[in-house]
Design a protein around this ligand. Sequence first.
Ligand SMILES: Cc1cc2nc3c(=O)[nH]c(=O)nc-3n(C[C@H](O)[C@H](O)[C@H](O)COP(=O)(O)OP(=O)(O)OC[C@H]3O[C@@H](n4cnc5c(N)ncnc54)[C@H](O)[C@@H]3O)c2cc1C
Length: 465
Amino acid sequence: MITDSVFSPVSADVINQLTQILGAGSVSTAQADIDLHAKDQSQHPAHASEVVIWPQTAQQIADVLRFANERHIPVTPWGVGTSLEGNPIPLHGGILMSMERMNQIIKVYADDFQVTVQPGIGHKDLNAQLARQALFFPPDPGANATVGGMLANNAAGIRTVKYGASKDNVLQMQVALADGRLIRVGSRSIKQSAGYDLLHLFVGSEGTLGVITEATLKLTPVPSFMSAALAAFDDVETAVETVVAIRGSGLDPAALELIDAAHAAMLRDAEGIDLTDQPTLFMEFHASQEQSLQAGLEMVKEICEEMGATRFRSTTDPTERKKIWHARHSSFEIMVRKFPNTKFYINDVAVPISAYPELIGYVEELKREHNVTAYMIGHAGDGNIHVEFPYKTAEEYEKRAELNRLIVLKAISLNGTSTGEHGIGIGKMQFMNTEHGPAVDVMRSIKNLLDPNGILNPGKIFPKI
Ligand SMILES: Cc1cc2nc3c(=O)[nH]c(=O)nc-3n(C[C@H](O)[C@H](O)[C@H](O)COP(=O)(O)OP(=O)(O)OC[C@H]3O[C@@H](n4cnc5c(N)ncnc54)[C@H](O)[C@@H]3O)c2cc1C
């Protein structure tokens, strides 16, 4: 694999060649454009690319890659920069490839519950258009992330507990390789067993193996009946035990989220949601018949109360339900607004559901032992938690990073993972060997095969040797 020092700079000639491939309005070295694409939503520092480009066709992407590969120029794909682990930061400069102008629905196959899209479409924009056909693409990371960015990070979010992550909702993709080949991976058939599963090789590869130029997604009919439910508990441990009980009951929640007492108070104050200062479960249930929705709600109420919930309420009113989920989705921004001049180190571990109480117990113990403030919000139904450590100084950052390391090692020891949904990016490269062992060498071989000059999103995923 190429070493960092042998990347070539973006010269005037390179700009000229890119302009020939893309047209003048699609290539920019303006400082404002460089700055806008230098940093995602994580705590990782910004790094400038040398040029920003906006391709409009798959062929243009392929042509740029072929050219950049020949010249040994780094290319970093960019969806809309909502990553939380530095995934799209152009660490080695070079070309920043924005998908912003490839944001169209290509075709809806309503009878097959499928849609083919360009990679730059936001999942919320997609769902707004699909609503006319009473269909939706379930993965929901809260932010209006692009489909390409979601597939590249294997994003998940609040509905994964019922509908799966991005990887479970894609059937076929077109991918541009570093050498300029355009390939199709997967098919539109729900069942597929023809050869190696290259589709899922590219899902979660964070733009390091190829650029997704088109994707065919699985859709789901919008449920006829939906409800939201909230259950508050005196302590996090009881809330988490309740999550395991709900999962074990055979109930099929469409969302099962845990927020700690601090977040509950923040959401109440900022969004006017009727919440107490207690760890709270946010739940959603979907059904095709009203009776089954009501029966499910009664059952979950019973479980929550038996486990020790001090408060339970549910609603089928669409406005109230949307308000609750809007608050949950805004929790990160609300926290950031509440603590100005504070940064947050965000953790994203996930474990098998039976190990979730032990993981959360460990986090609570670490907080007490180190006398450190940390907030918690998690996709509890999936065994996924985000521990959010506020910090202001470099010294505080180091301490939070160490606590994060301990939590990740605990999660891995519980047969879990360093990252349930945010990806490796920059921050979790250090855990790749611990989590995957010799399988990391196999990943490196695949990377070397598909991107021998190492031009695609360099500096990500692989720990330095
Ligand atoms: C408030 C907030 C809440 C969030 N909540 C969640 C959550 O609940 N669940 C969750 O999973 N995530 C969550 N995220 C993280 C983020 O939304 C996801 O990681 C998302 O997948 C990023 O998509 P993006 O379009 O912003 O891509 P970017 O951040 O721009 O890029 C993501 C990665 O994909 C690569 N990439 C982009 N487009 C392509 C392409 N076409 N081909 C190949 N590679 C490409 C980039 O190089 C980068 O490595 C949250 C983020 C925020 C800010």
